[in-house]
Ligand binder design. Sequence first.
Ligand code: AKG
Length: 285
Amino acid sequence: MITEIALDFAQEVAAHAPELYQPIGVVEPIHTLDAFDETTLAQYCRDGYVAIEDAFTAEEIQEAKDGLNDLVMGKREGFTGIQFESQARELLPSLGLENRLDAVRKFWKFVEYEPRLDAMARNPRLLRVLELILGETPVMFQDMALIKPPKIGVEKPWHQDQAYFDYPLGTRIVGVWIALDAATVENGCMRLLPGLHREGPKLHFKRRDWQICDAEMMGLHPLAAPLRPGGLLLFDGLLPHGTPTNSSPHRRRAVQFHYRNESAQKTSSEDRLAIFGSEGKDVSC
Ligand SMILES: O=C(O)CCC(=O)C(=O)O
């Protein structure tokens, strides 16, 4: 059965300065999830991230893409977590149902509707690595996918993921970002700043998104994390990261899951904003 998808479009946002995402080098991935060991864990703790090639097979990646396609084609009754790119307003009517992914900005809360994406989040090889990092049973608490379609994919400004989550500082949070297409410097692969998670929380401002001030990030020296399809990036909830626009003709689909340690307790949004929020702190950006 096909259901009608509500057309929710993202707000239009200003362009970013290209030099905000100019990488000085690229990350060096390890090969396969099974290769993640104590040495890799030490590297993760020091740098705040680890990239892993060939974490998922070509079949698993195809299943995930098919899952996203079914979501945007309206094949999952009751699913509403889709936002389209603001620039897709004109494009969307001309796209057939099967090409609608090329207009999507983001999906969220899909695992309960799409078993193939749920299976990805519960992959045992991935959960073994997460348990090593978290020191406890991992609990997935957020599922999301930023699609960054060709030509119109917008920026995700520099931020720390923990600024979005109501968990107190000290909670172990790991983001898992999985490439479904080749993620390249040109089509908007991840940029990150190795080791900066150890500097702790940074103030976030409402600008093009809930983000770290451009002035604070300008002139720093990010690495880019190009990945083949099936590669993934694991990163700490306090690691500053972001992605530029995709003005290339190539797709850059990805899904991400966030995990916490099982015993973590929630905090309030007020407590989170007292740490990460800029409001009332007499600072400008
Ligand atoms: O997929 C992207 O472009 C960025 C994702 C990201 O950094 C996030 O949502 O935290």
